[in-house]
Design a binder for this molecule. Structure first.
Ligand code: MSP
Length: 476
């Protein structure tokens, strides 16, 4: 097993404050990071904020602040909220960090020196919301489908272009052929197929500089232009390691992100890396969206649920559970506070919380002393439970929880059929031994999802005697 594991989330734009769309990617990454740590890997988990570009500059102006003041303020709302959800990132990168800026310039210079950048005139339609050029046929009623209440801008300027077209076939080979020296995986499979068919249909070169966006990193050989915000942003995954003197964590094991930015991560990023002579990430995983009443959740549509709201209502681990169990892996999923409340009551108050309370009460009543729990380990339990390990490796968080909750209902059934409250002495002991070890096993396995709860139950059940405690998840 490769000991090092480098996992990333997108770096979020500071034009928006954190909502549960951002939260679902970050919690998923934290769960996977914790899982790999429990497997004994040396993990580096990166998140951060994307701070340059026209969109951020516009928002700063609206707020009456300089772009830097504005970035400092909003970036903090991201770096502050994640620890409140017990998200343990190793580094929080900001693209206005001068060290990052320098690395971006060096990398672009390398691509330029390799002959993959040229200057040309470009005319096109630009969506500031997406920070990208879009084509006529992507428009829905003359608007970007992801930003239906923002105007599309017509732009004509001289820019530097990256020879993306040259890399199309190289990337197809790298994706399709496991033995290719640049091989990388795109997941889920349906997303990989989408990327492949787009690549095979033909790819235009990419404008990688802007002449009229001063809030950006200057092109090193032409200070009149700034580097396109997406190029600057993608490089964070690499620069963060250099800044932290952790270059040996490259290439990344997993870039986790939403489907709207898959093209940047699964095509543009790899082409840039290959051009610069740097190895490509091992896997790019694109999940779908949280929707509210059929629309993508976003600040510009004013339909967001904030992580703070969920923490106040469901607690930290309650929130982590609800986000993981509704993680939109393959399809968009409609979420609402009511759905979250129903799920909380069913799975946490009545499910896990109730089981732990019942077993603890039975143990307390008979002064039961647990034994041999120290022989139960994360890895061996993981491998015992159907294909839990595979499911986690494939980021099927909801399926992982379904497997674990299956174990909870099995244990509930065991209680119902053995009726321990009718037993005593020699008949009761093996029943309690079984119950306590089952609770212990479940608790070990939920640790990446609900670290605090897991720690609390493990402590409660480690003995020497087990006592009933206040409900873990009070019913709402
Ligand atoms: N700054 C770029 C990313 C650069 S990465 C080199 C960006 N930022 S963003 O703030 O718009 O964040 C996009 C990411 O937030 C998505 O890819 C996804 O991870 C998450 N989500 C934002 N809204 C979401 C939903 N409604 N549902 C699920 N996740 C979504 O794009």
């Amino acid at each position: 097993m490769n000991k090092k594991y480098f996992i990333t989330t997108p770096i979020y734009y500071v034009n928006d404050v954190p909502h549960i769309g951002h939260t679902c990617t970050t919690i998923a990454a934290d769960i996977l990071a914790r899982h790999h740590k429990l497997l004994g890997r040396d993990v580096f988990f990166l998140t951060g904020t994307d701070e340059h570009g026209a969109k951020v500059a516009e928002e700063a102006k609206k707020a009456g602040l300089t772009p830097q003041e504005f970035c400092d303020k909003v970036s903090k709302t991201f770096s502050d909220i994640w620890p409140k959800l017990n998200i343990q990132y190793d580094y929080f990168i900001r693209t206005t960090n001068p060290e990052h800026e320098k690395i971006v310039q060096e990398l672009i210079q390398k691509i330029y020196d390799n002959g993959d950048i040229y200057k040309a005139e470009y005319e096109g339609l630009y969506c500031v919301g997406c920070e990208k050029f879009i084509t006529e046929d992507e428009l829905v009623q003359d608007k970007c489908p992801l930003h239906p209440n923002q105007e599309i801008e017509k732009q004509k300027e001289e820019n530097y272009f990256f020879k993306l077209k040259k890399y199309a076939q190289i990337l197809v080979n790298a994706i399709e052929n496991e033995n290719d020296k640049n091989h990388y995986q795109i997941s889920p499979e349906s997303k990989k197929q989408e990327v492949l068919s787009k690549l095979k249909a033909g790819v235009p070169d990419l404008s990688i500089s802007r002449a009229d966006v001063p809030w950006g990193i200057p092109i090193p050989w032409d200070k009149n232009q700034t580097i396109y915000v997406w190029v600057d942003a993608l490089i964070n995954y690499y620069s963060a390691l250099i800044i932290n003197k952790k270059a040996d964590f490259w290439p990344a094991n997993l870039h986790l992100l939403g489907k709207e930015i898959l093209w940047f991560h699964a095509v543009i990023w790899e082409a840039m890396l290959i051009s610069a002579g740097i190895s490509v990430p091992k896997e790019v995983f694109a999940h779908s969206f949280y929707m509210i009443d059929g629309q993508k959740m976003s600040k510009s549509l004013g339909n967001v649920i904030s992580p703070q709201e969920l923490i106040e209502k469901f607690g930290v681990d309650g929130t982590r559970y609800l986000i993981a169990s509704s993680f939109p892996r393959d399809n968009d999923s409609d979420v609402s506070l009511q759905k979250f409340t129903d799920k909380y009551n069913a799975d946490l108050a009545n499910g896990l919380g109730n089981l732990v309370a019942r077993v603890a009460k039975l143990c307390e009543k008979s002064n039961f002393e647990p034994k041999n729990l120290n022989n139960i380990y994360y890895l061996s339990e993981l491998e015992k439970l159907n294909n839990l390990r595979k499911v986690l490796d494939e980021c099927r968080l909801n399926e992982a929880l379904t497997l674990l909750w299956g174990k909870i209902s099995q244990t509930d059934k065991f209680i119902a059929s053995n009726q321990p409250w009718t037993l005593s002495g020699e008949k009761l002991t093996p029943v309690l031994e079984h119950l306590v070890s089952e609770v212990y096993r479940i608790t070990l396995l939920i640790a990446p999802f609900m670290p605090e709860t897991s720690e609390k139950i493990l402590k409660q059940f480690s003995g020497p005697i087990i006592k009933a405690e206040a409900p873990l998840f009070p019913r709402l």
